[in-house]
Ligand binder design. Structure first.
Ligand SMILES: [Zn+2]
Length: 308
């Protein structure tokens, strides 16, 4: 059944269509919102906004997300406690991205949107980009950055102004697009910033991935922070609508310590702690396990002949 669109509710932020169907009811418990609710790689809380599914591109999205000023302060104040996991994530994404970077003939500058503590920036430098810049709203995340990376991080929500002095050949946004209220606008800004021939690379959760579909509403991607959830179809649509072509979408493997995978499972906290203690006792908690949990890497190119 089609949802009657209420006044002020947003249209599909990937393709602009108005038609949607119900996906999930709001599940919100204000007593459980903590400093960690808007932090990266936290314990899942299984809370969510009301969600609908776009019948045109299959994006799942919250039609009435919190306003921008709320999100800006929530992310600015978010706590940060995931340095080790952040390093593992950056390594997984960098490995998947490397073959695309090798296609780039120009490496003037690279920008990471939602850079966290900036681990990806050291890969940008290793790949020979003249400049590496990260944009990150959380002060706690920037404070946790390695000393040599911290000066490369700019504090704030991403906008054209915050990187006005840069003409990048690569812009990355990993696990960030779920969190912004206007991902289409964000991708159009990136398109305009890039030099012709430049690449955008995004990593998103895939709600149609096998594991996420099996877990359903107990999947860690069902989260109050996520204002939209992508699929291969909807992330391609997002990039195409922003002007990109030569779009490629692939699944990627994440490698994390076993105790981190455990944290994401829908097990009860008490049981989780008990299992974690057993893992620690046998020295298995830090063992790194590669898993395909249905994350997607999508890459798009700004046409070489683009005059914009
Ligand atoms: Zn759509």
């Amino acid at each position: 059944m089609s949802d009657p669109k209420k006044i002020n509710e947003r249209v599909c932020p990937a393709c602009g269509a108005r038609e949607s169907v119900h996906f999930a009811d709001e599940r919100l418990d204000n007593t459980r919102v903590t400093d960690y609710t808007y932090a990266s790689r936290k314990q899942p809380e299984f809370m969510c906004h009301r969600l609908v599914r776009c019948t045109s591109c299959n994006l799942i999205y919250a039609p009435a997300p919190p306003d921008l000023s709320f999100l800006t302060s929530a992310y600015a104040e978010a706590a940060y406690d995931s340095a080790e996991e952040a390093r593992c994530a950056a390594e997984s994404y960098a490995n998947a991205l490397a073959p695309y970077v090798s296609e780039l003939t120009s490496r003037t500058a690279a920008i990471d949107i939602g850079a966290g503590n900036g681990y990806l920036l050291s890969w940008f430098l290793r790949w020979g980009f003249g400049k590496a810049i990260g944009v990150e709203p959380s002060k706690a995340a920037i404070d946790a950055a390695p000393e040599e990376i911290r000066p490369l991080l700019r504090e704030g929500m991403f906008s054209a102004e915050i990187v006005a002095d840069v003409r990048p050949s690569l812009v990355c946004s990993f696990m960030t697009l779920e969190h912004v209220s206007e991902p289409g606008q964000l991708m159009r800004t990136v398109y305009e910033l890039l030099e012709p021939g430049g690449l955008v690379a995004v990593v998103v959760h895939n709600w149609r991935g096998l594991l996420n579909r099996a877990l359903g509403m107990r999947s860690p991607i069902i989260d109050i922070e996520h204002l939209q959830l992508f699929s291969p179809e909807s992330v391609s649509t997002l990039l195409r609508e922003a002007g990109f072509d030569h779009i490629r979408v692939q699944t990627i493997t994440n490698t994390y310590p076993l105790r981190y995978w455990l944290r994401l499972t829908p097990m009860h906290d008490k049981l989780k702690n008990r299992v974690e203690n057993v893992l620690k006792r046998f020295g298995a908690a830090e063992v790194r396990i590669p898993l395909n949990v249905g994350n997607l890497l999508a890459v798009g190119q700004k046409a070489i002949g683009s005059s914009k």
